[in-house]
Design a protein around this ligand. Sequence first.
Ligand code: 6R9
Length: 661
Amino acid sequence: MSGDDVELEARLEDRDVFEPPAEFVEQANAGDPEIYEEFEENWPECWENAADLLDWDSGYDEVLDDSNPPFYEWFTDGKLNAAYNCIDRHVEAGEKNRVAIKWEGEHGDTRTYTYQDLYREVNEFAATLRDLGVEEDDVVTLYMPMVPELPIAMLACARIGAPHSVVFAGFSADALATRMNAADSEFLVTANGYYRRGDALDHLEKTNEGLDGVDHGVEATVVVDRLGDDDFGHDLTASQHDWDELMAEHRGERVDPVSRDAEDMLFLMYTSGTTGQPKGVKHTTAGYLSWSAWTSQNVLDLKREDTYWCSADIGWITGHSYIVYGPLALGTTTVMYEGTPDFPDRDRLWEIVEKYSVDVFYTAPTAIRSFMKWGERFPNEHDLSSLRLLGTVGEPINPRAWKWYYKHIGNESTPIVDTWWQTETGGHMITTLPGVKDMKPGSAGPPLPGLDVRIVDTNGDEVEPGRAGYLTVNKPWPGMLRTLYQNDERFIDEYWAEYSDTDSDDPDDWVYFPEDGAKIDEDGYITVLGRVDDVINVSGHRLGTMEIESAIVGVEGVAEAAVVGGDHDIKGEAVYAYVITEDGYEGDEEMRQRIVDGVEDAIGPIARPEDVIFTPELPKTRSGKIMRRLLEDIANEAELGDTSTLRNPEIVEEIRQKVQR
Ligand code: 6R9
């Protein structure tokens, strides 16, 4: 570091409040501080502001129907189509030549779709889906890498009223099968492969393995050819079709957007929970779309003229809301990148920001911590002056990483929005409105206007500022999940039972529990501390410990396993597996490898254990419960918590010695 840098670092180090620059404030979509009060006074009608961002086939009766909590309905009896809102209306408004999607492949190959191009492709694929037999309300599974055909397929589904269920391409064959089975999904769109750090990956092989695990008949699979000459040469079966061939058959066809009820399902998204079975989060057409659009406008400050880039994968909720639905509903240009941030070099993202003159950039703390480790010389090689706003999502961001992002990417002249939200919330919930509020590194900020968020203790009583407690949301909001797919009971158990009077039909007795710990400061700024359930957040991705444990006990020779999250410099948290072997099996390198492979096969490489620790016993309470907290302390090399309630306290020291080895 130069002398100037040292001084600058020191200057940022001491600051804990940052004001948004005047230049930003002047042009911000949300610029009026009164909005918080106005929304509170005018709740729930304030959310007409979100509904007004959409074009409706016919208007809604009520903003909110809360007669049957927690099954809230928003914008009741309104009719609309999400694809129409993301495409047709922009074309009709004379914006057909505006760029909708700028796609960049890993090797630098590019594709550009104007709104007119998107209109054509989405119509043709909608016609294709219909022809394959997809009807309104059929769930179509999309197991696709970051290719433009993914948003095209999503919007084609939306056009014909068929909910999509996107399964992250990095998930395993088993994960695909579990999700297709859970949703009874008979249609699949996939790809022959994609590129990762220069290598072609065989995605069709994995798809076929997954299809072997589907319990019901699969009507049709459509395969995108991403690999061309690098294709692995699998023959397509009778029910598998080539995307390009089908599209050629339907060239020029148009499909009227189906008028959907506001509350009709737009999509399902499976996410990890405390049990081994992933949860099918159900999002609706009007509530979700209006929420992703309103937050894109007011939090990400998107303008139609912007080039905006969210570096997430569309396989996660962030990509759904903030690569596809939000930005396209607003008629913005959204950038999509296929590859990783460090291929071919560690300046790949900054090269893209410069090349496209990106105005707003949204990424995850784990990525920022990698950029930090790689050093400022990579961003410094590029002109990043087009950036107006930066965002982060997925996990808490530590103040040091925040300040690095602020200085080296934002040049101390762009606000940062640290956005707390979840698959279940549909879009942003806790974050600063960037033109209105000061920023405090390490704190996401106040709840958005119109939200009632409280930090409570185990009894549900609000805790003092500065004290750790549990995050709760005390009023419904349009973007919220409506239920878990075909499982209302689990929906109540997982999200409401903890702090609600579940016998009551008074909405005031119902409290949503996101299963995060948090604290609030005197100014109402919330610092989210992380999950309080058995979910690990690895690089911003939610992984259930139970899912990983059941994968491990499925490995030959494993008797018992406990999985915990341990601190990790880059990933935030990493997976640590404690394993007891069966008699006759050695906890050796070969076994360790089989365990790692077992987890990759069951879930995917993101769940790969950082370390596998073989132990003769697990620390257990007298009632036989595994004390995960102690295992976490060991993984973190932290001071050990109380061991007095253990049946086998001596084992803790034994395990600790192994880990330090
Ligand atoms: C959007 C997304 C949700 C969980 C959530 C929380 C963590 C997300 C955060 C954050 C602190 C933030 N999380 N954003 N924690 N600060 N800005 O990530 O959805 O994959 O469902 O994960 O991620 O623990 O409960 P999802």
